[in-house]
Design a protein around this ligand. Structure first.
Ligand code: ZN
Length: 344
């Protein structure tokens, strides 16, 4: 028996070595396959851009000159040239983006990256709603703010950051808490709404307001080490209430300020919110409507799950609903969800 055991050991070692070799070879094959795919996808573009240098040069100008009918200025053509070179984006999508208006509610962990990218990519008019001030203990995730702005309104700090990235777009500051008394007036000024808040009453209020006004809503949430993302009220898709007709118990309504959050998690979800808003504004791709993205930081896993469609019984967007602007204004969302709109 002993000799068998002793003999098995070198065999096991050889098996382990061979397995490691196999893993290395498989890794190398995957790498080469990815490289091959990348070369194949670049080939048509390279043919199209034959003779075009990496920097911005006259031949690039001539490619987009033909599309000046879309109304892009010379500055915009230069600034957004890498967007314009994308076959699936191009001048039309950029032009749509420049004509669009997007409102981001909340300049915190989700709003920070969303606002930075929306400003950089050339959304024509970008609105920011926030009533809070910049605080040191939030800066690990609210990356749009700098230490120089501690104690100052977040909306002011965020707007300054957006303007320093892109001085050619319009930035609108709404330094107030979103309430039923002002939500209709503020949201009606924009094409798309991004919910970057962190509490249940705000989610219901923003979703209901978007339904009443017929605006698509890009909704994101991040808590602890997990995040989620979806698009509501888009082209016949569900609203927040279709999915959650009754508010969760208050004990389940955790917020970052109470439960903690790894800073980069809302950063990732906020970037994805910007992406979905850009897709809707520029009319490219398939926005994440009727589906939900679930992100788990620890396992580095992203899953897309199908969610229910529009509910005919939904109290706000359903078939026989009479929900209107007046009812919206009269609804007490704090009472409805039994949790406060803000901690401030
Ligand atoms: Zn609904």
């Amino acid at each position: 028996m002993e000799s068998n055991g002793g003999g098995a050991s070198p065999i096991r070692r050889e098996i382990e070595t061979l397995k490691e070799e196999r893993a290395r070879i498989e890794q190398r094959i995957s790498f080469l396959e990815a490289q091959l795919q990348e070369e194949a996808s670049l080939a048509p573009q390279q043919q199209q851009n034959d003779g075009v240098c990496n920097g911005f040069c006259p031949s690039e100008t001539s490619t987009v000159d033909a599309n000046l009918a879309h109304g892009l200025s010379a500055d915009s053509i230069y600034r957004y040239s890498r967007h314009l070179l994308l076959p699936s984006f191009g001048v039309k999508a950029q032009s749509n983006l420049l004509k669009s208006s997007i409102l981001v509610v909340g300049a915190g962990g989700l709003g920070s990256p969303a606002l930075l990218y929306l400003a950089a990519c050339g959304v024509g008019r970008l609105g920011i709603v926030d009533h809070d001030v910049v605080e040191l203990n939030n800066m690990h995730r609210q990356v749009i703010h700098t230490e120089a702005y501690i104690g100052q309104p977040k909306v002011k700090s965020a707007a300054a950051a957006c303007r320093s990235i892109n001085s050619t777009i319009q930035i609108v500051e709404h330094k107030q808490a979103l309430r039923t008394s002002n939500a209709l007036e503020i949201l009606s000024q924009y094409d798309i709404v991004v919910d970057a808040t962190d509490n249940a009453p705000s989610r219901y209020m923003i979703s209901d307001c978007c339904v009443v006004l017929g605006k698509p809503l890009v909704s994101g949430a991040a808590l602890g080490l997990e995040g989620q993302l979806t698009v509501y009220n888009y082209k016949g898709g569900p609203c927040y209430r279709c999915l959650f007709p009754t508010p969760p118990p208050t004990t389940a309504c955790q917020r970052c300020s109470d439960s903690g959050v790894l800073g980069v998690v809302p950063g990732i979800i906020g970037c994805l919110q910007a992406l979905e808003a850009i897709k809707i504004a520029s009319d490219i791709g398939e926005p994440l409507s009727g589906r939900m993205l679930l992100f788990d930081a620890l396992s580095a896993r992203i899953r897309i799950v199908k969610i229910r469609g529009r509910s005919l019984q939904c109290e706000v967007c359903g078939e026989n609903t009479t929900f209107n602007q007046q009812q919206f204004k009269e609804l007490d969302y704090e009472k409805f969800t039994q949790s406060p709109l803000s901690t401030a």
